[in-house]
Unconditional design. Structure first.
Length: 240
């Protein structure tokens, strides 16, 4: 609940007690008569105090400088709404670039706009449109962060998306046993970082690239997502 405006509340209180004081002074005068139709039971004949009290309260209620304490509307600024949509952490999230507008030699400021930095990871992988036009901040993103892709390029199937910006992929393969001259099914789960530029679901096929260690168990980053056509195919065995 919003805190009331005590200045406006004080104005209402002063108007009320001013009316009571004048009413008690008039009640002591010999010309005071009983008026049963009055709201207070007794009313002076020559001075309409009730109308004066109503005018005082109405004036304070409609006064812009002292609005009613419990009828105020909070105005939300556009800046606060924009920042709240992007900032969800305790620390201020930003890209490591200069965000302010540069001043030209003429002394006029350049047109300010939201500056966003992104890069091409190479190896034929396209930069997603969300990474170019989006507003997310992720320092571990291969397209908008300081993470380089080098080393192995692997594929796998998404089996879990419960973590924040990290998914679990399953890589299934066949292992040859020389003793029996047969193959056996094996799989390996791997934790990889998934940028907010991608929207992945369980069963999707993803292509990941090796990068520097991002945490204790994360060494790969999602570079491409191929949506699954059927949920039934997600549980079938398929070699990478």
């Amino acid at each position: 609940m919003e805190s009331p405006d005590f200045e406006g509340l004080e104005t209402h209180t002063i108007a009320h007690f001013t009316f009571l004081k004048e009413y008690m002074d008039e009640e002591k005068s010999p010309n005071f008569v009983v008026a049963p139709d009055c709201g207070l039971g007794r009313c002076p004949p020559n001075k309409p105090l009730l109308q004066k009290r109503a005018s005082l309260l109405n004036r304070s209620a409609t006064d812009e400088r002292h609005p009613h304490p419990f009828k105020q509307k909070k105005k939300a600024t556009d800046m606060a709404t924009t920042i709240a949509a992007e900032q969800t952490e305790k620390a201020f999230q930003k890209q490591p670039i200069f965000q302010n507008s540069k001043i030209k030699s003429t002394g006029k400021k350049a047109a300010s706009k939201d500056r966003r930095w992104y890069k091409d990871v190479g190896l034929g992988f396209k930069t997603p449109a969300e990474a170019i036009n989006g507003t997310y901040i992720d320092k571990k993103c291969p397209f908008t962060g300081e993470v380089s892709i080098r080393g192995r390029i692997l594929t796998g199937r998404v089996v879990s998306t419960k973590m924040t910006r990290t998914i679990i992929i399953r890589r299934e393969y066949l292992h040859f046993v020389p003793k029996y001259s047969r193959y056996e099914k094996r799989h390996q789960n791997m934790a990889v970082h998934c940028s907010p530029a991608f929207r992945v679901e369980i069963g999707d096929q993803v292509t990941v690239g090796q990068c520097r260690p991002l945490s204790k168990t994360v060494r790969f980053n999602v570079l491409r997502v191929q949506k699954s056509k059927s949920s039934a195919l997600a549980k079938q065995f398929g070699k990478f």
